[in-house]
Design a protein around this ligand. Structure first.
Ligand code: R5P
Length: 293
């Protein structure tokens, strides 16, 4: 039993000061429950409203791709500079120290390898296990226009239902098939479908033409994938353009871990995403960090 309140100090209920009732900082996320918002606030920095997610889940269909042969050696040193780690549960449990303070975005769909039809994915993680791993979000690939489009959309909606019960947001990852045209028209369609069907945030590719129309017509935050390895100035340029045209962050893999200087690169990407640093200055910063490492 607590002790009786015997303080002689006069109580103050601040009756003339209304209780703070602030809006949640993230686009389209104000009507979620507390746990969902708290998890989103671990992924997206509430100060900038943005995120640098480090993606190294490629092994779920590609195996030990270049740069990810030894995740313990290549990725762990980068983790301190990321807001969130996007990975598989196999890598989480085998490599990532449970003492990490980083948000985890867990790849939760899979099935086919690069040797097969990629759109034929199924849900690959139970929400119960996602809760056990204390993840901040689960990610599911959605193949709009793909051979198994409906199945992949169904994977998304089932995860959203389970995620709503557990308070875990779902990241819809738009996968652009080989036969699709990677343009704003396709991206608008794919991201909007993910958002309409309950994804709390959506990952897509940056496109030069009309990217604003993709971010504007998506009611939840968009993060961009890095895509194939580009020269560092171009990757920083892409990150800057995406952010200044409405993206809320990057979920970048190869352009960081395949860089000549991954630690310098992720720090430069952070400057662009969180501080709005111009690409030219960010590249100079990259060169400086590269020399000092
Ligand atoms: C996508 O399917 C992969 O799982 C990666 O998470 C994604 O492609 C981002 O990585 P990258 O920046 O290398 O494209």
């Amino acid at each position: 039993m607590p002790e009786a309140d015997v303080s002689k100090k006069e109580k103050n209920f601040y009756a003339d000061i209304p209780q703070k009732n602030e809006l949640f900082f993230l686009k389209g996320s104000n009507n979620y429950d507390w746990g969902m918002k708290n998890r989103l606030a671990r992924i997206f920095n509430p100060a900038s409203g943005r995120t640098v997610m480090l993606a190294f889940d490629h092994g779920y269909f590609q195996g030990p791709t270049t740069g990810l042969e030894r995740v313990d050696i290549s990725i762990l040193p980068l983790a301190p500079y990321a807001d969130a780690l996007m990975l598989t549960r196999g890598i989480l449990r085998s490599i990532i120290p449970p003492s990490t303070q980083k948000a985890v975005v867990m790849r939760a769909s899979g099935g086919p390898s690069i040797l097969k039809e990629l759109s034929n994915e199924q849900i690959a993680v139970d929400m119960e296990d996602a809760v056990r791993m204390n993840v901040s979000a689960v990610a599911v690939q959605v193949f709009v226009g793909g051979e198994f489009e409906t199945q992949s959309v169904h994977n998304l909606t089932r995860l959203v239902d389970a995620g709503m019960r557990a308070g875990i947001p779902v990241l819809g990852v738009t996968a652009v098939g080989k036969d699709m045209v990677r343009d704003a028209k396709y991206m608008r369609l794919a991201v909007r479908i993910c958002a309409e069907l309950g994804a709390a945030f959506v990952k897509t590719y940056y496109v030069e033409q009309d990217f604003e129309s993709v971010t504007a017509s998506c009611p939840v935050p968009i993060v961009i994938a890095g895509g194939k390895k580009l020269p560092e100035p171009e990757a920083l340029d892409m990150a800057y353009n995406a952010i200044s045209r409405g993206a809320s962050g990057v979920d970048m893999g190869r352009n960081i871990f395949q860089s000549d200087a991954p630690t310098a690169m992720i720090q430069a990407v952070r400057k662009v995403v969180h501080e709005g640093m111009k690409p030219k200055e960010a590249f100079e910063f990259y060169e400086k960090m590269k020399k000092s490492n």
